[in-house]
Ligand binder design. Structure first.
Ligand code: UDP
Ligand code: MG
Length: 322
């Protein structure tokens, strides 16, 4: 963190844009208006055009021409929201704090300014948590189930009802950018990084114009990267199932033996061998697949090559700094 010397602290916004031609100008005006309340800070606006098909890029360049604090990046095609935000985060080198927010005016700029105040009080990550949202009932229901599932399966706690609207201290941004996994679930990565994280409750507004860039198909694959990216639990379930089925084969064998002993007239020759054998073999196969799954899970974790830890502080002894 920068000391409290003469230099004004810098706050950068990372703003992904996909087909938002109807909202970007209104958004920029609202954001600039909100930031004028803090003349003591230096603001930077990094817009990332995620291969928009409308004239979002032209509008952004117009914004850039009128406001030299704006930076415009344009991705070569639509890479998706998470990668657009990543590209933005990779660009803000100097800033002391970075705020990621949507450009459809669903994330109110006034809330971003409240985040800045919390950050100045020493919080490293302030994530906006939706107290209410104006989305369709379907979207609310799917989001609820998704977070329920994620809560049960993920190894770390990922806060519910949050999007990517959040403020991150520079230290956190540096750590987040050490995570280079392909299928990115940024809010999980931020949770994984640690530091002092707090929620800020807000009411999410409806979209200003245009339509969501997250149709069902993208939502499902996004949910999958959240769950699969932070949990190897499904792989472990395979061997559990295998043990259950093998257990059943033992029960079946006992049943068959009892029939044979006490009701010999009822027992069917050959049936025991087939029935018990089928259960036992499928059980063993599933257990073995679970063993493979366990190794696969390890390979997956190694392949993600995440940082082993992040330092919050290093107060070194006299021989520490060389
Ligand atoms: N977005 C993006 N790339 C995409 C889809 C969306 O950069 O492929 C941007 C979009 O412009 C917006 C933010 O990501 O600023 C959130 O998208 P959207 O509002 O469509 O999602 P929702 O709020 O409906 O979840
Ligand atoms: Mg939106």
């Amino acid at each position: 963190m920068s000391g409290d010397g003469e230099a004004r602290r810098q706050v950068a916004f990372v703003l992904p844009v996909y087909n938002e031609a109807e909202s970007v100008e209104a958004f920029h005006a609202a954001l600039v208006e909100a930031t004028t309340t803090r003349p003591d800070l230096v603001f930077e606006f990094v817009y990332v055009d995620d291969g928009s098909r409308d004239d979002s890029l032209d509008r952004l360049l117009k914004i850039r021409a009128d406001d030299e604090r704006a930076t415009v990046l344009s991705l070569s095609r639509n890479f998706g929201h998470q990668l657009a935000v990543t590209a933005g985060l990779d660009t803000v080198g100097e800033a002391d704090a970075v705020i990621v927010m949507d450009t459809d005016l669903q994330d109110p700029p006034s809330v971003a300014m409240q985040m800045v105040i919390m950050w100045e009080d020493g919080v490293d990550v302030i994530y906006a948590q939706r107290r209410s949202r104006q989305d369709s009932r379907f979207k609310k229901a799917t989001a609820w189930w998704f977070y329920w599932l994620l809560d049960r399966m993920a190894e770390i706690e990922i806060p519910r009802n949050t999007g990517d609207f959040r403020l991150m201290d520079r230290r956190v941004v540096t750590e987040v950018s050490r995570y280079r996994e392909q299928e990115r679930f940024l809010r999980g990565i931020v949770a994984h990084v640690g530091f002092r994280q707090e929620a800020l409750l807000f009411d999410r507004d409806p979209r200003f114009a245009g339509e969501t860039g997250y149709p069902l198909r993208k939502m499902i694959s996004f949910a999958a990267s959240g769950i699969v990216g932070f949990s190897t639990a499904p792989l472990r379930w395979i061997s559990r199932l295998g043990f259950v089925i093998s257990g059943l084969s033992v029960l079946l064998a006992i049943y068959v033996a009892l029939v044979r002993l006490f009701m010999p007239s009822q027992s069917v020759p050959g049936w025991a061998f087939l029935g018990v054998g089928m259960f036992l073999l499928s059980g063993i196969q599933l257990i073995m697949m679970g063993v493979i799954g366990t190794y696969l899970g390890r390979v997956y974790i190694e392949a993600k090559d995440r940082p082993l830890y992040s330092l919050q502080l290093a107060a070194r002894g006299p021989r520490g700094d060389s």
